[in-house]
Write a protein that binds this ligand. Sequence first.
Ligand code: NAD
Ligand code: WQD
Length: 345
Amino acid sequence: MNDTNKPTILVTGGAGYIGSHMCVELLQSEFNVVVVDNLCNSSSASVEAVQRITQKPLTFVEGDICDQNKLDEIFRSHPIEGVLHFAGLKAVGESNEKPLAYYKNNIYGTMNLVESMARAGCKTLVFSSSATVYGTSENAPFNETEPTSATNPYGRTKLMVEQFLQDLHASDPEWRISLLRYFNPVGAHPSGEIGEDPNQIPNNLMPYISQVAVGKLPHLNIFGDDYPTPDGTGVRDYVHVVDLVRGHLKAMEHLADEPKLAIHNLGTGQGYSVLDVVHAFEKVSGVKIPYKIAERRPGDVAQSFADPAKANEELDWSAEYDLERMCEDAWRWQHNFPDGFAKAS
Ligand code: NAD
Ligand code: WQD
């Protein structure tokens, strides 16, 4: 049952990796939460786990953001004051194979959402963008004025949504829109009850390492050791998922001041190499991570890390958790639930 004294937030994609962590923070920060998710890359077990962690209820609607009637019905049924929009497809490689699925879910889905919001008079939106919009730039640390570009359909969906939301705000400055460019979200809730649960063999480094550690995969392939970085392996800005979602609460506070469209990086500002991550993971887990050096992965850049100064100053946000803590929490989740939510449910 919703508490009528608390503001209600709609979390699209709230059953997913980042969305589920967001729901925990929202419930613990005295918001009512409505989740819409079609479960195409997640399980309702995560929504149950969120309620177990917080001992608070949320409203879960199984539905697709491409379904306009469903969205309108959600806005009619709940006094939604703001939307945190995580729903979308996110695998770079898959986006090359299924570009239309990516354009439909990520672009058309977001247009639908925004139309339903406008009809309901709800004009506060936080959008999950990505550091992928910095394309192949070699100018790390990236600040928000860095020219944007994309090299794959996934990246183009993020860029296009950023652009049409900017056009929307220009046409109607009453909108309050936050575009948050995430660097590399990793880790899990410290309870070990929710975390990243890839459907197939992980594409991303941290879940791959976790699955090697738990014995589901034999070894890590390190994609290139001849990059112009201190140890030759790729450098990224890993940010703990709990820090990341806290940035969203700060972004909502920033939007509450006055209508605006704001763009912020969410990263630590610190780059770590693949080998740094392997060693940190080995240290906290006590498990050896066997690896082989493989070819560079097409499309990868040598290094990507944030200049987080704008988020530090304007949002009063900075990441608290270090790399070892990211690995420790990722490992706890993987160790508790080696088969992810399939096992949990
Ligand atoms: P995720 O796949 O775990 O979560 C996305 C959720 O959206 C899933 O639960 C999925 O079932 C749902 N969904 C997808 N299409 C939908 C649709 N049409 N209607 C309703 N629900 C739908 O991914 P995540 O890692 O939690 O990412 C959340 C957002 O953050 C995505 O927009 C992603 O592009 C963005 N992002 C993620 C990363 C990352 O590395 N994880 C980095 C930058 C940006
Ligand atoms: C990190 C580093 C790899 C896997 C991707 C998306 C980006 C954003 C975040 C959504 C790189 C190396 C990886 C492996 C490896 N997502 N690696 N072996 O590529 O920085 O970003 O996720 O917006 O758009 O592109 O993250 O975790 O895949 O890779 O050596 O099995 O680990 O080469 O240097 P990436 P990642």
